[in-house]
Design a protein around this ligand. Structure first.
Ligand code: ADP
Length: 420
């Protein structure tokens, strides 16, 4: 453990300062004193203090050299001269060429999918490429299929966002009007049928939107994926590639996956192998769970701008809670014309019980369970903080004041303990 109270660090061109904040309730402040630096593709403003809190793992990269000041205690902090940033910049340049061609020929810009095992920097590369694109005046679409972390909304969902400005250092990409679909589990394997269905739906909606937004269409799409790449996980990836009709697949740090994709993808799909950054930090399952928890807390309580969620009681009889997936029966026991896999995407009422305590519920825009609920964008989320079986009520934590909209609520496996 290194104690750093105040440190001035000089960075040579093409190098990066990496640091982690681990201690609970610790805060580290970073400031660029001279020169230019960026953080995962977002330019840092000279003289502006940026705060980093517990769990932050960051790299401040400079193309031309700079001096930065670091205040506070970091667990790890070192300067790395070897980074794959030049390779990543070349990828950006190649995508940019395709965008220029799309503009001239009035066609679609590149649809790029980033794949690789867990903790290789997929989300980070996605962010860098989106930031570089938007800094060139593009308006790319960010798609996140990683239900385990949920970078656009809360974990257990997939979503898309039109990126109109670089990610803010503290708060990430601006969350205006994201498209979000309910999955309700941490891994695609928990309900493959549902996962593939919502991935296809999201791809379809994005294709429709691109038809009406030429700027977004020529800017293209960048898709972040889950780190599950073997066996069925591989099939999930190839399904997503097909659904989004990807043009480019960037494979981070896994030769086997690269070779499999080269073999199986149609010839017009460019499969590119990329090295991972030595700075990417592996996370334990506890750290992943903490990150999931932090995402949900951020949804209700905000990050830099604090939100003030509401808490109120609702009668069981006023709620329409459903879970996705009926217990599956063999095909021979299914009603005529139905397959057992259909059951996995069916809505079944979830009866109020104490086991609903601390569960996240997705609030659908669909008013009734017959209204294509799973193909409908989500309005938001609430969390059940307590269940009172005697009074037949639930206490709900919600970003909106009461009443809850008269819509379908979808039960998620994800839990959140509200001890704010
Ligand atoms: P994946 O999406 O493949 O699981 P991430 O992109 O989320 O991986 O990276 C894992 C962690 O490593 C994140 O906390 C990220 O901030 C951190 N990280 C990524 N690149 C670097 C780097 N060059 N230096 C320091 N930390 C990094």
């Amino acid at each position: 453990m290194t104690e750093v109270q105040l440190q001035e660090i000089k960075l040579d061109p093409d190098s990066e300062l990496r640091f982690e904040v681990e201690t609970k309730n610790e805060k580290v402040v970073l400031e660029v004193k001279s020169g230019y630096a960026e953080l995962f593709g977002t330019e840092l403003v000279k003289g502006k203090p940026y705060e980093f809190h517990t769990g932050a793992k960051v790299a401040v990269f400079t193309w031309h050299g700079c001096t930065v000041e670091l205040r506070g205690r970091t667990e790890v902090s070192y300067v790395a001269k070897e980074t794959p940033m030049v390779v990543y910049l070349n990828v950006h340049a190649a995508l940019e060429q395709q965008r220029v061609a799309a503009e001239h020929e009035n066609t679609r810009g590149p649809v790029t999918m980033v794949v690789g095992p867990g903790d290789v920097g997929k989300s980070t590369l996605t962010k860098i490429l989106l930031n570089y694109a938007v800094r060139m005046g593009r308006r790319p679409i960010f798609v996140d299929l990683d239900v385990g972390q949920g970078h656009i909304s809360v974990p257990g969902t997939i979503g898309a966002l039109l990126v109109e400005r670089p990610a803010s250092i503290e708060e990430g990409f601006s969350q205006q009007a994201p498209l979000v679909y309910h999955f309700g589990h941490k891994s695609p394997g928990d309900n493959l049928e549902l996962y593939n269905m919502i991935v296809s739906r999201l791809a379809e909606v994005i294709a429709e939107r691109c038809e009406n937004n030429k700027k977004a269409s020529t800017s293209g799409v960048i898709i972040n994926t889950c780190g599950w790449v073997k066996g069925t996980g591989y099939k999930v990836l190839t399904h997503a590639a097909q659904a989004f009709e990807v043009d480019v697949i960037l494979v981070l740090d896994n030769e086997r996956l690269y070779n499999e994709l080269k073999r199986d993808m149609p010839k017009f799909v460019k499969v590119v192998y990329l090295p991972k950054s030595g700075g990417v930090v592996e996370r334990s399952s506890t750290q992943r769970a903490e990150a999931r928890d932090a995402r949900i807390r951020e949804y209700f309580y905000g990050n830099r701008t604090p939100y003030y969620p509401h808490s109120f009681d609702v009668k069981f009889s006023d709620l329409k809670i459903y879970k996705v997936g009926a217990p599956s029966l063999p095909d021979s026991c299914m009603p005529l014309g139905m397959r057992s896999s259909d059951a996995l995407t069916r809505l079944v009422p979830a009866w109020p019980s104490p086991s609903l305590a601390h569960r996240v519920l997705a609030v659908s825009f669909a008013p009734s369970p017959d209204d294509h609920v799973l193909a409908t964008n989500l309005a938001g989320f609430v969390c059940v903080t307590a269940v009172d079986m005697d009074r037949q009520t639930m206490t709900i934590l919600s970003p909106q004041p009461r009443p809850l909209p008269d819509t379908v609520l979808l039960l998620s496996d994800l839990q959140y303990m509200d001890n704010h």
